[in-house]
Write a protein that binds this ligand. Structure first.
Ligand SMILES: Cc1cc2nc3c(=O)[nH]c(=O)nc-3n(C[C@H](O)[C@H](O)[C@H](O)COP(=O)(O)OP(=O)(O)OC[C@H]3O[C@@H](n4cnc5c(N)ncnc54)[C@H](O)[C@@H]3O)c2cc1C
Length: 291
């Protein structure tokens, strides 16, 4: 790992930045300290750019990522209360921190954020959600940066938003958003605990996973289709379909990204053969195959 300049390192192993604990090296890994530093980097480097939040919905291939990977996890992490139901949340804030902030300040409903291990930047990109709520329900405006390093403030109407999918009006990355919570559903510690208990019961939370691998097809649950295909516990190399929740793949024996991709393809083919249903991945797959 060579230090290039402040906040910029070469050949950073991305496995340590993903919840699957898998992934090759990034040519450059940049953690900007400010908007100015970020903007300057984008203006002065013409390499390809990949953004990383908490790495909880991403499979980085074994050959790593060419160009620069940008992480705002360490710096863009403030939450500012604007009034009793309005807050500005930076992209590097974790969803859990937002839920705790809502608890402290008595606004909501925001308890659902507590179980999503990603950052707000990742939640905006994925329209992350659970227990009946989705991120963009609460977004009033977003602050974004483009490839030239210019900052824009956009209205949610400029995005096309659906289940675990958000289309952008132009290539951009999120820096912060203003969120409005209607205040009627307060977020309490009891709710947080009860959602946590429900997850502990149904999901393999102590293992290396990326959450749900596949989106739920219309009218079906991906986990149910995978379980009914007899794939619970099915293993390829160092990874297996979770025994606890069939839509999770666990890396329990030092899996490679290739193991995971092979298992993903096997699950898709098996479910298609059995039920005639295509499973689309929720997890984002990036980077180069190993040579
Ligand atoms: C145990 C577990 C449980 C989970 N439960 C849920 C759940 O209940 N509901 C749910 O929706 N998800 C769930 N997930 C998946 C994941 O936490 C969410 O998708 C989360 O929103 C991803 O955020 P992240 O910061 O980790 O994003 P990453 O995985 O780092 O990135 C995901 C995508 O977002 C992009 N991105 C990240 N930050 C930015 C930014 N600032 N600007 C532009 N693009 C950006 C990345 O380039 C990538 O394409 C779970 C994951 C795990 C491991």
């Amino acid at each position: 790992m060579t230090i290039l300049k402040k906040n910029c390192v070469q050949n950073e192993l991305l496995a340590s930045h993903t919840s699957w604990k898998i992934g090759g090296k990034a040519d450059i890994f940049f953690s900007p300290n400010s908007r100015d530093e970020l903007s300057e980097f984008l203006k002065s480097n013409d390499c390809s750019i990949t953004w990383l939040g908490n790495g909880t919905n991403i499979l980085v291939r074994d050959g790593g990522v060419r160009g620069a990977v940008i992480s705002t996890k360490k710096s863009f992490n403030s939450i500012q209360l604007l009034d009793r139901s309005n807050c500005k949340v930076e992209a590097g804030v974790s969803c859990f921190e937002l839920a705790m902030h809502a608890t402290k300040n008595n606004f909501g409903p925001a308890a659902f954020f507590s179980g999503i291990p990603g950052s707000i930047g990742g939640a905006l990109t994925m329209n992350a959600g659970c227990f009946g709520h989705e991120t963009w329900e609460f977004v009033k405006s977003v602050e974004v940066i483009d490839r030239n390093g210019d900052i824009h403030h956009l209205d949610p109407k400029e995005f096309s938003i659906s289940y675990r999918s958000v289309s952008f009006p132009f290539p951009l990355w999120f820096l912060s958003c203003e969120m409005i919570f209607p205040y009627k559903g307060l977020t309490t510690m009891e709710e947080l605990k009860s959602l946590r208990d429900s997850r502990i019961e149904h999901q393999p939370l102590t293992e290396n996973t990326c959450g749900s691998v596949f989106k739920n097809p219309d009218g079906n649950h991906a986990g149910d289709l995978i379980e009914r295909s007899g794939l619970k516990g099915f293993r390829i190399g160092g990874c297996a379909v979770s025994e606890k929740h069939a839509n999770f793949i666990v890396n329990d024996k030092e899996a490679t990204a290739k193991d995971i991709e092979t298992l993903i393809n096997h699950i898709q083919n098996t479910v298609k053969d059995r039920f005639g249903i295509n499973l689309d991945t929720e997890v984002r797959i990036i980077g180069e195959h190993d040579e």
